[in-house]
Design a protein. Structure first.
Length: 277
């Protein structure tokens, strides 16, 4: 087997949660290009986006399936996996990319509120984030590992983390023209740190099998950010810029494929040097 062969996913089936998101779309495309059949899963309200991602893959000659599900509900999560199995007959790769990422209220400051401030952070928002970012991951993993166990105790589970799961956020990058614009909210660091803990737990739990569990930690991905934020963030990285949306794809394919066959319980960091200072 050549090194190129180790990265091929021919005959394998992948399920990507958050598949209609900025990174999720990239991950779906990468897995399909490597030969996998790809199930694109996103929220019920975003099912048209999931369908759009799947349709784009199909039009490019790849095999794909659009799924709409609420990953925080056990029946919805297991139902999505059942649809994958009934369509493709197996499941080899799970990419947990679904997460709540804070969207700041541009008008909040006019109301005298600093978005994301810890002292006044709403309990309802905290609970909602834990429900999606941790409980949803937990439920999807439960549903997906069962067929992996049944088909030979082999598979690859990949969790998408964040540099803020390894380090506390530098709240100074949310200052514009000397004025505080927002705070990165508490739930983001807490839940992303939980992703790393869950990665290690599950990898150890499946010792003695070929079910590998790893995390991928991206740095900040440029997504039409305001100039002040891009400048502040870029100054914190060794490479001096934010990531392009396709710059996580190589690491994702490595973790999904046999190229990482001796790796489990670990975290691949692709952050432009953010955490190396």
């Amino acid at each position: 087997m050549t090194i190129q062969d180790k990265f091929k996913l021919d005959g394998r089936v992948a399920l990507v949660t958050g598949g209609a998101g900025l990174l999720g779309r990239e991950f779906c495309k990468t897995l399909a290009e490597a030969g996998a059949s790809v199930a694109v899963l996103d929220l019920n309200a975003a099912s048209r986006s999931a369908a759009g991602t799947a349709d784009s893959l199909t039009q490019s000659g790849y095999t794909s399936l659009a799924l709409s599900a609420d990953i925080t509900q056990p029946d919805s999560a297991s139902g999505a996996v059942e649809k994958v199995l009934s369509t493709f007959g197996r499941l080899d790769i799970l990419v947990n990319s679904a997460a709540l990422d804070p969207k700041f209220d541009a008008d909040a400051m006019k109301k005298g509120v600093t978005p994301g401030s810890f002292e006044d952070y709403p309990l309802a928002d905290w609970n909602a984030a834990l429900h999606v970012n941790l409980t949803g991951m937990f439920l999807m993993t439960q549903a997906c590992v069962k067929p992996m166990l049944a088909q030979g105790k082999k598979g690859s589970v990949i969790y998408i983390c964040s540099t803020y799961g390894r380090n506390g956020p530098d709240q100074r990058i949310y200052i514009k023209d000397g004025q505080r614009v927002a705070y990165k909210p508490v739930y983001y660091t807490v839940t992303k740190a939980g992703v790393l803990g869950f990665t290690k737990y599950l990898a150890a739990y499946y010792a003695g099998t070929e079910i590998r569990v790893n995390a991928l930690t991206p740095g900040g991905i440029f997504n039409d950010h305001e100039e002040y934020f891009e400048k502040n963030y870029s100054a914190k990285t060794i490479l001096g810029r934010m990531a392009k949306k396709d710059e996580m794809n190589g690491a994702l394919l490595f973790l999904a494929s046999d190229a990482s066959s001796y790796m489990t319980g670990n975290n691949v960091v692709v952050d432009g040097g953010w955490t190396a200072w």
